[in-house]
Write a protein that binds this ligand. Structure first.
Ligand SMILES: [Zn+2]
Length: 118
C-alpha cells in the first residue's frame, strides 16, 4: 500500500511546517490530490491514521481536496476534463491532446496548528 509512504511523508512535512511556525501540534492538514496522482483518498485517510500515531499530528484531521484532471488543446484553445481513466482527446475538435494542465497534484496546501496551550 503506497498510500502509507505518502501519508508518512505528509505527516513529516506537516510537522516541519508546524514547527517552523512555532506550533507543537497540528489540528488539520489539507492536501491537494490530483485525479491522476495514483492515490486512493479512502486509502490515504486510512494510512494517515496509522502514520500520524505518536507525532505532532496525532489528533489532526486530514482534508483531501481532489483536483480534476484537465488537458489543454492548443488547436482550438479548449480545456477539457480527461476523465478517469484518462482519455487525451479533445472533445471539441476531435484531436489528440497530451497537454495535461492539472491532475497530478500531490501537495500540502494548508497546515492548521492546534490552539496554543495556556
Ligand atoms: Zn481541440
Amino acid at each position: 500500500m503506497h498510500e502509507l509512504s505518502i501519508a508518512t511523508a505528509i505527516v513529516e512535512q506537516a510537522e516541519e511546517i508546524a514547527r517552523a511556525d512555532g506550533a507543537d501540534d497540528v489540528s488539520s492538514v489539507t492536501v491537494r490530490v490530483g485525479e491522476l496522482a495514483g492515490v486512493v483518498p479512502d486509502a490515504l485517510h486510512f494510512a494517515f491514521e496509522v502514520a500520524r500515531d505518536g507525532t505532532a499530528l496525532a489528533a489532526a484531521r486530514l482534508v483531501v481536496e481532489q483536483v480534476t484532471a484537465r488537458a489543454w488543446c492548443g488547436g482550438c484553445a479548449e480545456e477539457f476534463a480527461v476523465g478517469m481513466p484518462p482519455f487525451f482527446w479533445c472533445p471539441r475538435c476531435d484531436q489528440p491532446s497530451q497537454d495535461l494542465r492539472s491532475g497530478r497534484e500531490l501537495e500540502i496546501t494548508d497546515v492548521e496548528p492546534a490552539a496554543a496551550r495556556p
